[in-house]
Ligand binder design. Structure first.
Ligand SMILES: C[S@@+](CC[C@H](N)C(=O)[O-])C[C@H]1O[C@@H](n2cnc3c(N)ncnc32)[C@H](O)[C@@H]1O
Length: 203
């Protein structure tokens, strides 16, 4: 089972909050792609950050497309259930945990996420190496702790695909350890000094 947990990369979430959300929230539709989302803590963490920065009305314009190759074929059910163990949620700041989760009565040390957040996350199985994006016009693509598993040429091709799938001025967030390969570096401009958050440059 893939390794993941809520609020895994605070610097990236803060950078998205600071740089991406203020630009995105004025749009009629806000489409986000979480590519390699595993069992859901990452797309739901994004949903929390967006909800914290938007009223309920604007929040309805948000759609988070969460995808994964999912060799276990279990991620869809887990994400649809929205129930996570304490181990997975324990790094969420206490006020946000209280606001967006409810302890599950008949399952000790498990928490269920707010249905308002569940409504904006939709999941599908998808292999990034197909090099076919699940749709286009994304305001934000998040792909974290996935690229490191790919071969150098695959990484370049996937990043090129992300560029094509982003709307003008769309944002891309990748894991802290990933430097963009030279071949695609000119396609993106870094927007945050403390996180790997980039904005699309028209190619
Ligand atoms: C370590 S997890 C990262 C999960 C989440 N992004 C995070 O940072 O917490 C890596 C995920 O990448 C997925 N993955 C690996 N290769 C993939 C591919 N070719 N297409 C889509 N997902 C892939 C795995 O199934 C796994 O769920």
């Amino acid at each position: 089972m893939a390794f993941t947990y809520f609020f895994r990369d605070m610097d990236a979430l803060r950078a998205i909050e600071r740089h991406a959300i203020p630009q995105l929230k004025g749009r009629r539709y806000i489409n986000v792609w979480d590519a390699g989302c595993a069992m859901g803590p990452e797309p739901y963490s994004l949903a929390i950050i967006f909800r914290e920065n938007m009223g309920p009305f604007l929040f309805r314009n948000l759609k988070i497309y969460a995808s994964d190759i999912d060799s276990s074929r279990r991620f869809g059910d887990i994400i649809a259930q929205g129930m996570y163990p304490y181990e997975s949620v324990k790094r969420i700041p206490a006020d946000l945990l209280a606001r967006y989760f409810t302890p599950v009565e008949d399952t000790p040390k498990h928490f269920r996420i707010d249905p308002e957040l569940m409504r904006v996350v939709c999941y599908q199985r998808h292999d990034l190496l197909s090099l076919k994006p699940i749709r286009s016009g994304f305001g934000l693509i998040v792909c974290k702790n996935v690229l490191l598993h790919l071969k150098p040429k695959e990484r370049i091709d996937v990043l090129q695909m992300f560029h094509d799938a982003l709307a003008a001025d769309g944002f891309l967030a990748v894991e802290q350890t990933q430097k963009l390969p030279r071949e695609v570096a000119a396609l993106f401009e870094r927007v945050a000094p403390d996180a790997q958050l980039f904005q699309k440059v028209q190619g």
